[in-house]
Design a protein around this ligand. Sequence first.
Ligand code: CP
Ligand code: NVA
Length: 300
Amino acid sequence: MKRDLTSIFDLDVSEIYKIFELTKEMKEKLKKRIEHKLLSDRTLAMIFEKPSLRTRVTFETGMEQLGGHAIYLAPSDIKLGKRESIPDVAKNLSRWVDLIMARVFEHQSIKLLAQHATVPVINGLCDLEHPCQILGDIFTITEKAGGLDNITIAYIGDGNNVCNSLIAASALLKFRLNIATPEGFEPNQDYLNKASQAQLTHNPAAAVADADFIYTDVWASMGQEAEAEKRKIIFRPFQVNAQLLSNAKKDYRIMHCLPAHRGEEISGEVIDGPASIVFDQAENRLHIQKGIMVWLMLDK
Ligand code: CP
Ligand code: NVA
């Protein structure tokens, strides 16, 4: 039976570690320039309802490195659900390509694609989750910390798609997760209910106090641009800056999924400082997605 990656919850713990194993192999082989065209003659369709730098470039480059081919479908190409219904898009693409990745507004669009496609569907970000991002980020943490034992991650800011995927990862992989959001901007409650290691507070200083990794993301996600000015005022006490970090342990690392807005959710000195691992995260998007694609197509 085909598998999809619509949510981190689509995976179990052993499958996540299997993907990490494949990712490590992909990364080592690329560094040594050892070719391994595991997906030769396979085609990936990439549907985008929103802009992207990392997701587009890493999926396209990753597919190329695996010997396959990727087709970029811009927001104006398909007009998902408007020019053609989502089930019809899924059924058409399934006749031509081997894999679909989609970045959409609503999680329901990913679910519909997955339901009607006969090929695997990967969530490249929706309103509920950003699973490829968080799998890459947890892989990055395992590289830096040697594993997840006794690791605490603090997430500061908006309880958004990235935060929800982090909670799902905590539910499965059992790392401690301290989340600090303004009131009214909490993450998905069903996700929190599943993650006994995740703690929610509205106090960012308390959340960073025992954290090994401190993660933030934009205050207004794609599609929330109209709220950006209002959010800048509400979220101001949640900026990850030197003052907030004076409450943290010494050897923390700073994480951000990017794109970042310096001077909003994070200060320039922090994101560009020595504790920042944001470009390691960005690099690992390439390796993790190769791991995910190989797992979905060949290994599961
Ligand atoms: N982090 C991330 O998904 O970046 P893009 O929006 O540029 O793809
Ligand atoms: N939360 C952000 C993540 C961008 C990669 C957004 O949805 O815009």
